[in-house]
Design a protein around this ligand. Sequence first.
Ligand SMILES: [Zn+2]
Length: 264
Amino acid sequence: MQSIKLPLKVENELKKVSKVAGYLWQREWAERNAGNISMNVTSFFIKEDLQGIGEEIPFNFPKGMGGFVIYITGTGCYLRDLVDKIETVSCILRINEQSNAYAIIWGGKRDGFAPTCELISHASIHLFNSINQPENLAVVHTHPLELICLSHHELFDNEEELNRQVWMMCPEVKVFVPKGIHCTPYALSSTKDLAKVTIEAFKKRNVSLWEKHGATATAPDVEKAWDFLDVANKGAKLLMMCWSAGYKPKGLSNEQLKELEQFI
Ligand SMILES: [Zn+2]
């Protein structure tokens, strides 16, 4: 496969992908082929340099995505392989002007490679971000243990209360996940329905907690998306540790939480 030389800025972003993939694996948040990562890298490329590279593969992208250049992990690929085999298990693709096909311009260097089956969710989020919050270029989806457990709890039906209980565990959770967690209703993986509910989540929250499945965050880069998931999960973990020890945590008061808003 033809492969281009990457701009330095893209290489730097890919280094962050490898680093974060290592964290995800160590945390047991990326078993087998679980999780996927993508980044809108359109602005790092000169459009003309990419013309005619790679074979076009039909795909029904949302209208308005013509010309987008997206880094994305592969279907069935193991995130842990992003640490040292990033060109094998992920790719950069360019969407054609009609938004009905893509061509792989870098990576995907293994037999039968294809982008993650969550491509439609990632693409939809990138389109949404480009219109509404263009600073957010990265999307990370993973399986954070304690957040998934919380999505099975009755608190999941009361988003406001779930956030209060997670935020009250320690000041950093309130400060670094200021918009909180969205309790995103269950939808089947790789469907347009899942893409739709996730976009609803990002209209108001930092993290979309996919019911009985995992969590997704969007941010300016992959490390910052990881931070949202890491800190949100910390709140969930602390809460559940207190429950496991047999007591209900006292928690920061509403006044103390309010006082923290000066740091946001
Ligand atoms: Zn998943």
